[in-house]
Design a protein around this ligand. Structure first.
Ligand code: THU
Length: 138
């Protein structure tokens, strides 16, 4: 699975976004160590706080299917009904969910637009000195 293909899967997943309040549609494609891809989109709610981001939808789908090891996630977000023109970085809550399951040194976060993957980061770059489960075990 190359980066560009993962980015296109995020754009495809974005088509299912349920975003009647923000009109901001996000898609994500999460790659497991075994090469499987779980996609997700944002799912909003009239009460607002129950909203799930596209990234967390993908993670929770994967983890609920028994997956625990991940290599990369591609994210595509932007105003609904228009092509994705700008890279959309993940929110802080989604970064924290990534930190629960992913190696900060190797997990890749790919920001896709209609032109392809435009930015790539390691988790450690987007969540430096994060709170991790190892802290609870000391
Ligand atoms: N959103 C995501 O899906 N991922 C992010 O990382 C940032 C924000 C969604 C949440 C909400 O449905 C909409 O984008 C506007 O914030």
């Amino acid at each position: 699975m190359d980066r560009e293909r993962l980015g296109r899967l995020a754009l495809e997943a974005r088509k299912n976004a349920y975003a009647p309040y923000s009109h901001f549609a996000v898609g994500a494609a999460l790659l497991t160590k075994n090469g499987k891809v779980y996609t997700g989109c944002n799912i909003e709610n009239a009460a607002f706080s129950p909203t799930s981001c596209g990234e967390r939808t993908a993670f929770f789908k994967a983890v609920s299917e028994g997956e625990r090891e991940f290599l990369a996630i591609a994210i595509a977000g932007g105003p609904a009904g228009a092509p994705v023109k700008r890279a959309c970085p993940p929110c802080g809550v989604c970064r924290q969910v990534m930190a629960e399951f992913c190696d900060p040194e190797t997990f890749e976060i790919l920001l896709a637009t209609e032109n392809g993957v435009e930015e790539a980061y390691l988790l450690k770059e987007l969540l430096p000195r994060g709170f991790r489960k190892s802290r609870l075990e000391e």
